[in-house]
Design a protein around this ligand. Structure first.
Ligand SMILES: [Zn+2]
Length: 336
């Protein structure tokens, strides 16, 4: 070997040049993965988006909001989950009172090893990113922002009926994430506290013991050809768990979509609130559009509708998540 010092040099270089994700992918290669008994269904997830949109805006205090809450609760119960609705009266930035419902559903509540899935199911009360002033006060469908994460979690809940996973799952459908002031009204500051009112309330009055091994937040995941990068806060909160998810996404052939790139700060979400009060390792799946250096182009616009949600994107995120949960026990060593 001494005769080939250049070879040693190249090998050392290759090892050093390996990215964090490459290393995780090599680690994952050593793990024997099993296919879920029933695969994640993109059509079913898209159906759940359409169903939510059909109710109308899921804006607190509107009948369409409470009708959708009832639908979510009934669906989750029908899948055999233990469901609890946490009602909360909170005030928004203007001092208006909002009636919120955080919906929490448990799969296999008797299991100590638990994973948390988190989304928000409410929608933005204004299309404040519209250029046209007349449209800014209209209410978007929130098919992607609100609808997509909720739909994927509903589909996972549906699949748990016939699965026998060796872990428990807690589904947190938070309300009141979109409560911050409209961007066109500069008399109110865009503070973190004015958003995520549902998860902030939950942090004050938690219903479950928050000892989850990992948490995954899903928001704005269903845009066409959506790409996901390492969200700013997730890097600090749950880097290894997130890398493992990305590695699995690559293994499933979605490497074009799970990008190894650290995203600059774009905004906060419920995973930051929940991490701050529980210390849970939670990472976010959220679209990052590099050309805009922001989330999906339709966010907080009237075009955040069913037409701009893709079942392929729902499938890519949902099936990777379903594999992650199905194989979670084998993935523990990779995550650490
Ligand atoms: Zn939003």
């Amino acid at each position: 070997m001494q005769r080939y010092p250049w070879l040693i040099l190249i090998l050392c270089c290759l090892a050093a040049c390996q990215s964090d994700l490459d290393k995780k992918i090599s680690q994952l290669d050593e793990v024997e993965l099993t296919n879920p008994k029933i695969p994640f269904n993109g059509d079913s997830a898209l159906f759940f988006v359409a169903k939510q949109v059909d109710f109308g805006p899921r804006v607190p205090n509107m009948p369409s909001h409470s009708n959708c809450a009832n639908y979510l609760t009934d669906k989750l119960s029908s899948y055999g989950l233990t469901v609890e609705v946490q009602k909360a009266e909170v005030e928004n930035f203007r001092g208006d009172s909002l009636s919120l419902s955080n919906i929490i559903a448990q799969y296999q509540p008797q299991y100590k090893n638990r994973v948390a899935l988190i989304c928000h199911w409410d929608t933005r009360p204004y299309a404040d990113r519209e250029i046209d002033l007349a449209r800014q006060e209209m209410l978007p469908d929130g098919a992607n922002d609100g609808g997509s994460g909720t739909a994927i979690m509903l589909e996972i809940a549906r699949l748990t009926q016939k699965a026998d996973l060796d872990l428990g799952i807690d589904f947190f459908f938070f309300d009141g994430e979109e409560t911050g002031p409209p961007e066109y009204d500069t008399s109110y500051a865009q503070t973190m506290n004015s958003y995520c009112l549902g998860s902030q309330y939950y942090c004050e009055y938690p219903l479950l013991s928050m000892k989850h091994e990992v948490g995954v937040l899903l928001d704005i995941v269903g845009g066409r050809e959506a790409e996901y990068t390492f969200e700013h806060h997730s890097i600090n909160q749950a880097y290894q768990a997130m890398l493992t998810f990305w590695a699995l996404g690559h293994q499933l052939g979605f490497d074009q979509y799970f990008i190894e790139d650290k995203t600059r700060f774009v905004g906060n979400d419920d995973h930051v609130v929940l991490h701050n009060c529980s210390d849970l390792p939670i990472f976010a799946l959220i679209e990052y559009d590099a050309s805009r250096q922001s989330y999906n182009v339709h966010q907080h616009k009237m075009s955040d509708n069913l037409e701009n949600v893709s079942k392929e994107s729902l499938y890519r995120v949902g099936s990777t998540l379903w594999y992650y949960l199905t194989n979670y026990s084998s993935l523990r060593d990779v995550i650490e």
